[in-house]
Ligand binder design. Structure first.
Ligand code: 5AD
Length: 345
């Protein structure tokens, strides 16, 4: 039996076998086989629903210096901004009227946003919109901090592990960042009852197929409710300015593999995928993804949340362009769902 059949039967593989599977990502027949299986699983658990999340990029200040990221601390060309509480609440109100029932508060690791400030913000959003889920994505914090935020109303947390290989992790991050702390954060979040999202970039500098195989095995161990993956895209103000971007094909292949590995997972077709390919997100939905996260940030700030070059942020990508979003989703046989869209347990 070859490795594709074995994967379809067992829904998992050894590290060596995953490498072998990933080596076949350019084989059209293999891709199509996995894509169909992934799509069938997605339909079985989620029907043709696509969940939408209103993404509010509320601060681009960051104390970290991840080598790949456009808003890292040492990039002095960034025009730094921070939304006020009232601006964030206003984004939520606008999003609610458009049909969003999940708000994702994403930001750099900005020390201004203490537990106290975030707790106050979370309580206000929950008070205004008790039927909505709140997802936080504000990086690594201590468990006590995560506990307070959870108690104040945060339901979910996105923290990509970035890479499950310690050496690769340290090649992408400065010495003051620790692989073990990042992983610990993910387990702390799980223990506190968050729905947790992990994930990584596809094609990040130095990444090997063995690294990706380790990412898959890590995801299988962690059992996250959500997995965010997208192609690495170079940013001109980073040391990786001249590197190659990750491939759309490999990202789509991995979306299918992850859907098969974790059938009930919530899997976004990411902005990075939509940046690399005009129809990237539609292709993602056809490969097993079932979430889209349009940008709900104030128009004036969007260009300054630039993690990588050419990030789509105007026009159709915006949460406000709900009509064109619906059209795109329907063009691949799916339906936009106006609901929280919690993970199936
Ligand atoms: N290309 C693609 N994705 C990136 N991210 C950060 N920088 C880049 C880049 N240059 C991703 C990281 C992070 C998420 C918010 O964005 O995986 O966790």
């Amino acid at each position: 039996m070859d490795v594709v059949d074995r994967f379809l039967e067992k829904r998992t593989l050894s590290q060596e076998e995953f490498v072998c599977l990933l080596q076949q990502s350019e084989d059209e027949k293999v891709r199509e086989t996995l894509r169909r299986e992934a799509l069938a699983l997605c339909r079985r658990y989620y029907g043709n629903k696509v969940y939408i999340r209103g993404l509010i990029e509320f601060t681009n200040y960051c104390k970290n210096n991840c080598y790949y990221c456009g808003i890292r601390r040492d990039n002095h060309h960034v025009n730094r901004y921070r939304l006020s509480e009232e601006e964030i609440l206003s984004c939520c109100r606008e999003g609610y009227a458009l049909g969003y029932r999940t708000f994702v508060l994403q930001g750099g690791e900005d020390p201004y946003f203490t537990d106290e400030r975030l707790v106050s913000l979370l309580r206000k959003i929950k008070n205004d919109h008790p039927d909505c889920a709140i997802t936080l994505s504000v990086g690594e914090r201590e468990k006590e901090s995560y506990r307070k935020l959870r108690e104040a109303g945060a339901d979910r947390y996105l923290l990509r592990h970035e890479t499950a290989d310690r050496d690769h992790y340290h090649s992408l991050h400065p010495p003051e960042m620790h692989f073990s702390h990042r992983i610990r954060c993910l387990y702390d979040l799980k223990e506190l009852g968050y729905q947790v999202g992990a994930g990584c970039m596809v094609g990040s500098p130095g990444q090997t197929l063995a690294n990706l195989a380790d990412d898959l095995l890590f995801l299988q161990r962690l059992q996250p409710e959500m997995v965010g993956i997208g192609p690495f895209i170079p940013h001109h103000d980073t040391r990786y300015a001249g590197e190659k971007a990750g491939s759309v094909e490999m990202t789509l292949f991995l979306l299918s593999v992850i859907r098969i590995l974790l059938p009930k997972v919530l899997l976004p077709a990411t902005t990075a995928l939509g940046t690399m390919d005009e129809y990237g997100r539609e292709k993602g939905l056809l490969a097993g993804a079932n979430v889209i996260m349009p940008n709900l940030s104030p128009e004036k700030n969007r260009k300054d949340y630039s993690l990588y070059d050419n990030k789509i942020c105007t026009g159709e990508e915006a949460a406000q362009s709900i009509a064109s979003l619906i059209k795109r989703v329907e063009s691949v046989g799916c339906q936009v769902a106006v609901e929280r869209g919690d993970a199936l347990r």
